[in-house]
Design a protein around this ligand. Structure first.
Ligand code: T6T
Length: 325
């Protein structure tokens, strides 16, 4: 603790390096590490982050792995730590496997904010556990998003029939919460609906497509699918089309890239729950800047959703929520 300010060593180091940066008239550098680089969700988050960086005179570094997994993300994180940015925004690809590598960032004096996904239990700055050290978690409320998906799918299939969740892999905070929210809401509110086993696709749309074809082959009365993220939803819908059930089996998609919007127009996908990734990126940079300039920041910032279906897909007010490509 320094000077009664209640700063830990890492906090003190951060303030010293940030005041040095300002004294030298040097702009802050904030690094953003996405879950993967080639995903419209993170590309859109990068756009929002870049807009805030421009407004605040911050240098933004965007560096990530080509696919969504901890094995590829950790070396990227290590390389970013070695560049010593003033602050780090990261979408950790695993709740557990990124804890220790992120502790290394804090030990190097780099404050950490997680965006989209979290580590540990996702509740930060409470003094509990070994993973509450990030300063803030900026993301959609994914449990609520899963509940919204359940309600939308239940409505689309008339409250009865078999459904399943097409999902990435266990251990990812966002998609775990969407799945739990979805299954709990189905159990609580829709007794006529049976939720079959989740199919995990490792964020590979081709895998999700072959899985939806096999689930359909085993269950000719399949009524609906919840695609818990962009690749899960796109792949599952393509599989249905290849299996001759496009439009017949209802699909609720999390995320809203151009392809999913196109699929809503043709009727292959019924509903997209669009996250606001640009908002996550914008507030991520703003929170980092606030912290670096001595302001306090909230330990959690919840961003919004926009539900898109055939009835509003062409509305002018919806267009800004369609992800960049
Ligand atoms: O759904 C988003 C993101 O929220 C999730 O954590 C991982 O998948 C996406 O990036 C979409 O592909």
């Amino acid at each position: 603790v320094i000077g009664g300010l209640g700063l830990g060593l890492a906090g003190a180091a951060t303030l010293l390096s940030s005041s040095r940066a300002r004294a030298e008239g040097k702009a802050f550098t904030v690094a953003l590490i996405p879950g993967l680089t080639t995903d419209a969700f993170y590309i859109t988050m990068h756009r929002g982050a870049a807009a805030a960086a421009k407004a605040l005179g911050v240098n933004l570094v965007f560096q990530g792995a080509p696919s969504f997994n901890a094995v590829e993300q950790v070396p990227v994180l290590d390389a970013v730590i070695a560049r010593k940015p003033d602050a780090l925004l990261i979408a950790p690809t695993d709740k557990v496997q990124l804890i220790q590598p992120l502790q290394a960032a804090v030990s190097a004096g780099i404050p950490v904010i997680t965006v989209d996904t979290y580590i540990g239990g996702g509740v930060y700055q409470t003094g509990s556990g070994n993973a509450d050290f990030p300063l803030s978690y900026i993301a959609s409320n994914n449990t609520l998003g899963g509940q919204m998906a359940a309600r939308a799918l239940a409505k689309a299939i008339g409250g009865k029939g078999k459904v399943y969740v097409s999902n990435v892999q266990p251990g990812v905070s966002t998609t775990d919460e969407r799945q739990d929210g979805f299954i709990d809401e189905m159990k609580k509110s829709f007794p006529g609906i049976t939720v079959l086993n989740t199919q995990f696709n490792d964020d590979d749309a081709n895998k999700a497509a072959s899985q939806s074809q096999s689930v359909l082959a085993r269950n000719s009365d399949l009524a609906g699918i919840f695609g818990a993220n962009l690749f899960s939803a796109m792949g599952a819908a393509n599989g249905l089309q290849q299996g001759g059930a496009g439009g017949k089996v209802k699909v609720v998609a999390f995320d809203a890239p151009q392809t999913i919007i196109g699929n809503i127009k043709t009727g292959l996908i019924d509903i997209a729950i669009a996250q606001h990734p640009a908002e996550i990126g914008w507030f991520g940079v703003a929170a980092a800047y606030a912290h670096l300039t001595g302001q306090s920041i909230p330990p959690a910032i919840a961003t919004g959703f926009t539900v898109i279906d055939k009835s509003n897909v062409d509305d002018a007010s919806i267009q800004k929520f369609i992800y960049a490509s």
